[in-house]
Design a protein around this ligand. Structure first.
Ligand SMILES: Cc1ncc(COP(=O)(O)O)c(C=O)c1O
Length: 392
């Protein structure tokens, strides 16, 4: 594996877009270390039944590779609707679903359709670091409102910003990355109701913002915490982005999807590349959905690991103070909050073969849930690093 962040300087003789000069490709380091807990992947491989189903479906699809794939991927959209009905109690038709190469592509398509010059997307920081890149790539202005100290949305400033900024897109991650914070139905409704009253800067006066809720990690939520997908029935401007990368352990397959009113899906269909979803990707996605129960089997275990790890982290100390742990409904935890040199903690773990992520506000670090063995290594490693700091 290579470090995707290393970029050679682009010669000035190339007419690179002015706003891209000095930019580097986005990506967490992909280092060859024994314990990788840095990019919020599912640590478990796809189940054997799923691997067999992929091989079988790809074999069938391979026979038709001389033809372009079904660009409307209707079979897959139908299966995604079935999945959301079972998982989130959302009643949606296949026309209200849409898939792409990861939710990264879904989000880019949403920005292409609703962003653009003179328009703003509003997010709530700290949040997923790719959003400013979708904005940059679509010439959309990216604006953020700070979350509360516990990383929940500050509803007062959020609602005020919607009225003053008049964004084309309001983008909320739930559970949020890197904090794990969920969005309640009540909060979502307040945002959606506010957006229904606000016009969009740079659009037809009758236009209202689209509210995009990125639910990449939603399957890891505790019982009693809801997905916002059922609210699509009441809110025409709600778009829910999801992925098979995380709970489905399918990051390498690159399958994300969108659930929304048909008019939002039709808008995205205008900007998609022709035949954007290969026949092989569609085959692999169908194989996973066909075995959703098996494929999601590790989710409840990872949820328990997250809850246990959060409890354990809160018992650890740094320079005499207990570590803080952000409440997480995701497969990762943001912890620390008091590290005056978080890079040193990160490096201490890396020296022990454990890769986590320096992300979020200063003083915090993020760790993603791994296998039981990987989490045991993380606890041993972090314990040693913290004791080293203590003894200095
Ligand atoms: C909040 C959030 N949204 C979207 C993604 C992208 O996921 P995908 O693999 O579906 O492109 C990630 C990936 O880490 C993420 O953290």
């Amino acid at each position: 594996m290579s470090d995707g962040n290393v970029a050679d300087a682009i010669p000035a003789s190339l007419p690179l877009r002015n706003d891209l000069v000095g930019e580097v490709p986005y990506g967490a380091p992909q280092l060859n270390v024994p314990v990788c807990l840095n990019v919020n992947e599912n640590p478990y491989s796809p189940a054997p039944e799923v691997i067999d189903a992929i091989v079988e479906r790809v074999r069938v699809a391979a026979k038709g590779l001389n033809r372009y794939p079904d660009r409307e991927h209707m079979e897959l959209r139908g299966k995604l609707a079935d999945y959301l009905r079972a998982e989130s109690h959302a009643e949606l038709t296949p026309e209200q679903l849409w898939a792409a190469n990861g939710s990264n592509e879904i989000m880019l398509q949403l920005f292409q359709a609703f962003g653009g010059p003179g328009r703003t997307a509003l997010g709530f920081a700290p949040t997923y670091s790719m959003y400013p890149e979708y904005a940059r790539d679509t010439f959309t202005t990216w604006d953020t409102v700070a979350r509360n100290d516990d990383f929940s949305l500050n509803m007062e400033t959020a609602l005020a910003a919607i009225h003053t900024v008049k964004p084309a897109i309001v983008l909320i991650t739930s559970p949020n990355n890197p904090t794990g914070t969920p969005l309640s139905h009540d909060e979502a409704r307040q945002i959606l109701d506010a957006c229904a009253e606000v016009s969009v800067e740079g659009a037809d006066p009758s236009a209202h913002p689209v509210v995009v809720i990125d639910e990449a990690y939603v399957e890891f939520r505790n019982p009693g915490v809801d997905s916002v997908a059922p609210l699509i029935a009441q809110y025409d401007h709600l778009a829910v982005s999801r992925t098979l990368s995380k709970a489905f352990a399918y990051a390498g397959a690159r399958v994300g999807y969108l659930a929304a009113n048909k008019a939002i899906i039709d808008s995205v269909r205008i900007v998609r590349m022709p035949y954007h979803l290969s026949a092989l990707t569609q085959a692999a996605a169908l194989a996973a959905l066909e075995h959703a129960d098996v494929q999601l089997a590790q989710v409840s275990h990872l949820r328990d690991v997250r809850n246990d790890t959060a409890t354990w982290l809160a018992t650890q100390t740094y320079k005499g103070q207990a570590l803080k742990v952000a409440e997480s409904q995701s497969n990762f935890l943001l912890f620390g909050g008091i590290f005056d040199d978080r890079e040193a903690i990160f490096k201490g773990l890396l020296d022990r073969g454990i890769l986590i992520r320096v992300v979020g506000p200063d003083g915090w670090l993020r760790v993603c849930m791994g296998t039981d063995e990987e989490m045991a290594a993380f606890r041993t490693g972090l314990g040693e690093v913290l004791r080293e700091v203590e003894s200095r």
